[in-house]
Design a protein around this ligand. Sequence first.
Ligand SMILES: [Zn+2]
Length: 305
Amino acid sequence: MTRIINPKKVYTYHQLSVDIDRLNETYPDLLAVDVIGKSVAERSVFSLKLGSGKQEILVNGAHHAREWLTTTLLMDMVETYCLAASTNQCIGSYPVKDILKQVTIYFIPMVNPDGVTLVQQGPELFLNSCKLREWNNNKDDFMDWKANIRGVDLNRQYPVDWEQIHHDPGRPAPMNFKGYAALSEPEVKAVYNFVSGHDFKLAVAYHSSGEEIFWKYKSTGEQEKYAKKIANITSNKTGYQLIYPTDNPSGGGFTDWFISHFKRPSLTIEIAPLVGPRPVPLSYYDKIWNENKEVPLELANQLII
Ligand SMILES: [Zn+2]
């Protein structure tokens, strides 16, 4: 069967929308698509529900604009899992169809569709293109942009220790500006509302620099022990190293919020070697795919065994 997702090209918001429709038509019994909110420039923030299990886990990507290869990775997972479940095949040692009967995996493949579009296509598409250039230090090249199109870093927007976030520039910028209030940005509000309305047993936020896993945020005791187990399993699967935070970690991230609020494990997985402030080159994709393709299945499996 011809595959729908082509991971070997620049993955745009438009391609994402087209591919989601095609996946939905191809796998109507396995997949359910929803729009959980709209971006500042009215692009859809999609969720894809895979499976029918009572337990739920969440995998999201592209909070940061230049890290759009995480969207590619998640969409490739969705299609690969659908194909395996519909033909009753295993991926590695994982019986996908059986796992999805017990655990539903939700994907939010592109949290920041405006930012991704800005990185890939430049500022002309946006009504505030002059402001965007100004915030980008008058550069025309937006390859290093991480924020949304209001210059707010969406991974510094969640309501956990938001007041004390480190290195905040205090105004719109390509990265690190936490905004004028937590949850001020519609993309984060969409994720926040969606997650709050579910009962996710664990979550993964995919990012793309350093082949590292962030797993701890001020958790202690049994919560920390279980989180470390989940993090170790993921580290063994990917080969990525675990990061131990300082005593005074900067808050505001999705993972920080999920861990603190729900007292359950969440991982920030950084998928690529350090490549500098730009999107991860497509030439890394096969390596990244092999390291990560089984991660959500393994995490789902942890809830069953
Ligand atoms: Zn990131």
